[in-house]
Design a protein around this ligand. Sequence first.
Ligand code: NAD
Length: 356
Amino acid sequence: MTPFTYTAHPARVVFGAGSLAQLGTEIERLGARRALVLSTPEQRAWADRVAAQLGERAAGVFDGAAMHVPIGSAREAREMARHLGADCAVAIGGGSTTGLGKAIALDSGLPIVAIPTTYAGSEMTPIYGLTEGGVKRTGRDPRVLPRTVIYDPELSLTLPLGLSVTSALNAIAHAAEGLYAHDGNPVTALIAEEGLRALAAALPRLVADPRDLDARGDALYGAWLCGTVLGAVSMGLHHKLCHTLGGSFNLPHAEVHTVILPHAMAYNAAAAPEAMARIARALGLAQAADAPLGLFELARAHGAPTSLAAIGMPADGLDRAAELAAAAPYPNPRPLERAALRSLLQRAFDGQPPQH
Ligand code: NAD
């Protein structure tokens, strides 16, 4: 076996339908007494409900979470936490809300309880992001890792179907890239394959009935595993491309992951045959099947967007995107070649199937 180093990140996970009811006990367990509850404006009612459930243990509600954590909202939330004397924060929502919790923790060291309601997986990673002057800065810091995560599938029943599918594919992307990560190991590969399998199996059931609690539970379980992989190993071309496209062209996060994934996998396929075989197996395909095509079909069959054009990418931005993607070197199974990346982006823009 190839030698490896594995740093597992500590997190307490409380999983199951109805587990939100345990929030008060979990806060007590952290030794905290005054929780600032965080949400997006769209999920304000959820945050109010959580605050009501906490009663005296709620210090207040901040509903200014937004995509990519704008520095202004992070400062406002940090100030509110200080002003109210909060000794922990509860983030209820998707990656944007978890990200706001992380911004508070980075500054103050406050423990975070994350209650994820999408499949983005941020709650399992020590990765934070902050956006200032249109530029998103990301980093890793163990302080931002949520201390406790409550996964309650009932909370994802309301996730709109379109976002459910793209968010699931966003999670699958963490696992897929994790399978060929230069710093991966046999344990992260196991987690990745199982996470991918659980999400791929849950997708058709979710699409058939978005209120299928069992399918929601399986998807959330898969999201947990995929997030664990994202937190444990380094990502390659796929995540770098999505970061560039999302940041420079303001494309929606889960959708851009959905569109790019099959193409990034096809780019790396020949250089990562074992990862491709594992992806195929997790998708329920024959091991020799074309895994990138399987991912493309998985998105298409479940009504997800398959073209960058459809999600707002300007055609005249493709050259710059290829330039940016090839510019900063990072480990990737196949070397980054500008011309090949440009044609990858063209296929993704046009919604064509991936090509090796
Ligand atoms: P999001 O958190 O922006 O949520 C999208 C919208 O859906 C919001 O309006 C939200 O309030 C709403 N929503 C969430 N759950 C809902 C539910 N169950 N029912 C109804 N509405 C619901 O989207 P996201 O895709 O979860 O997160 C994207 C952000 O997370 C990006 O900024 C991305 O960079 C970040 N992210 C970070 C990491 C990390 O490790 N740091 C990992 C993944 C994603």
